[in-house]
Design a protein around this ligand. Structure first.
Ligand SMILES: *Cc1c(COP(=O)(O)O)cnc(C)c1O
Length: 363
């Protein structure tokens, strides 16, 4: 769909870049499988576009967080395997069964309830190796190991655990979780094994096991923040210049009068705001690009607008109706996230629905 002339914020998702990232991760994983995480609407980029595209590339395994997301994905892709991280409540069994979704069991009680039903033939098991978030505790693994009766009838699909510090290779927690995972899986019945998220893929082959579960790297976020990004950039976000004003007397800019202009300056007002996922913390901290010139966000971010300092930029580059680069080749999602004091994951999943979306590379 070509952008309409009225569109104020343009969001472009490059599916070809997603394909590149998928292939790069597969190469790195060698014999291990790649399961793609499409929770939270494919990290805000649109599960309905991203998941079928990946399936065409050969991706047969997906993960979502919630049962609802699993049902939505099943409606898009009748044949792929879909794992659901969030666990299993007994009143959900018929829904899991009807949509052929694989629940991941997160405590012993869920294991027992799973074994007591027949609607869902197989489940995965999540064990906690140091996140204290989801998954069987060490004590629960020992209880299950000493008495596997709760597993009776339960077909174990896979065992997974999640790394807390995968994006910090030097963190000792990685090796500790790897060792813990190895110890715990020896106590449990044989199943496919998975420890690595995006960062985990880059920690080395000993973290790969049977399959990795990657979200961030597929969507172009840097899984190795200390090093240059090995992934291709997927997202572009552009905002339309609505107005340009020259200021020559001292005055303040925006809500709260948090930014003061003292000398002659030129300000452009751009149509993007926190309603579009341009986080309010970017006020007086963010930057964007006009052509290849980096310019600062001045004043607070409003719901629909930001103001940028374009002093010294030639007028023909900042004509109202033209667009500035908020995220793109000069300014990655990770760059913007650093300015906002957050991580790329939050930038992506905050993207609003108001932007005009375009998908490049759709078959
Ligand atoms: C979200 C999630 C992932 C994906 O993590 P990325 O860092 O985005 O690759 C993998 N496993 C679990 C359990 C998750 O919750």
């Amino acid at each position: 769909m070509p952008p309409s002339d009225r569109a104020c914020t343009l969001l472009t998702v490059d599916l070809n870049a997603i394909a590149t990232n998928y292939r790069r991760l597969r190469e790195r994983l060698r014999s291990a499988d790649l399961h793609v995480v499409v929770k939270a609407d494919a990290y805000g980029l649109g599960m309905a576009q991203v998941a079928p595209f990946l399936a065409k590339l050969g991706c047969q395994h997906f993960f979502v967080a919630t049962l609802d997301e699993g049902m939505a994905l099943r409606a898009l892709l009748p044949d792929v395997e879909i794992g659901v991280f969030d666990g299993f409540l007994p009143d959900e069994a018929t829904t899991y069964g009807a949509h052929r979704l694989v629940p991941y069991l997160n405590d012993l009680h869920q294991v027992e309830q799973f074994a007591a039903q027949t609607a869902v033939p197989a489940a995965g098991l999540q064990i906690d190796t140091g996140m204290a978030r989801l998954g069987l505790t060490a004590d629960e693994v020992d209880r299950l190991a000493s008495d596997t009766r709760p597993l009776r009838g339960a077909k174990l699909h896979a065992i997974l655990s999640h790394l807390a510090c995968a994006d910090t290779p030097a963190h000792p927690k990685n090796a500790a979780q790897l060792a813990c995972f190895r110890t715990q899986i020896r106590k449990l019945p044989a199943a496919r094994l998975s420890l690595a998220n995006s960062g985990g893929v880059f920690l080395g082959p000993e973290y790969h096991f049977d399959f990795a579960r990657t979200g961030a790297a597929i969507y172009g976020l840097n899984p190795t923040p200390q090093d240059p990004n090995p992934m291709a950039q997927v997202l572009t976000l552009q905002g339309k210049i609505l107005q340009v004003r020259d200021v020559d007397s001292p005055q303040t800019v925006g809500y709260g009068a948090t930014y003061r202009i003292d000398g002659p300056s030129r300000i452009a007002t751009v149509a993007v705001g926190y309603a579009d996922g341009y986080l309010r913390t970017l006020g007086n901290r963010g930057s964007c690009f006009v052509g290849d010139r980096q310019v600062p966000v001045i004043g607070r971010v409003s719901m629909d607008l930001i103001t940028i300092d374009v002093t010294g930029i030639p007028s023909q580059q900042i004509l109202p109706g033209s667009f500035v680069e908020l995220i793109g080749p000069h300014h990655s999602v990770d760059d913007l996230a650093a300015e906002a004091g957050t991580i790329g994951y939050e930038i992506l999943t905050s993207l609003g629905q108001r932007s005009q979306r375009t998908y490049l590379g759709e078959a």
